[in-house]
Design a protein around this ligand. Structure first.
Ligand SMILES: [Zn+2]
Length: 146
């Protein structure tokens, strides 16, 4: 389903807690109560221990950029390219694929700090996005390597 310039995720009993959590200002990610590990995408059982006692808990909202790409050709009806998507590692130990905002291709670096922000796209869905953060620490690391 497409709404405006965004493709919307399908809301099911399994996925809705994740995609609607932005209304609270914090992204909720599925967590296993047996092994305490976080995972995405939502699943009926834990990918690590096969436990079925899973809940959604809010994450801190910070992460680091692991990889990214600029999508130049349309894959679906929305979003309309060009746009940036990135792989982001959260300190909770879960990896997400997110739209990137707050920076252009020249601002992207492996290890760049990001914070999670949201774009409300309809009355229920808040798409999480990764916003590239400015960081003196990150700039110091770049200078130390060069
Ligand atoms: Zn588990």
């Amino acid at each position: 389903m497409v709404h405006g310039r965004r493709a919307l995720p399908e809301l099911t009993d399994l996925t809705a807690p994740h995609w609607t959590s932005g209304a609270s200002g914090r992204l909720s990610v599925q967590r296993c109560l047996d092994c305490r590990r976080w995972s995405f995408p939502p699943s009926p059982c834990c990918r690590y221990c096969w436990g079925t006692d899973l809940v959604f808990e809010p994450v801190a909202g910070k992460g680091v950029l692991v990889s990214w790409t600029r999508v130049a050709e349309p894959i679906h009806a929305a979003p309309v390219p060009p746009y940036l998507v990135g792989v982001v590692d959260l300190p909770e130990g879960v990896r997400l694929l997110l739209g990137l905002t707050g920076g252009g291709p020249d601002d992207l670096r492996v290890g760049a700090p990001v914070r999670l922000v949201f774009e409300q796209v309809d009355d229920r869905v808040w798409l999480p996005l990764a916003e590239i953060e400015e960081s003196d620490l990150f700039e110091d690391r770049i200078e130390a390597v060069s």
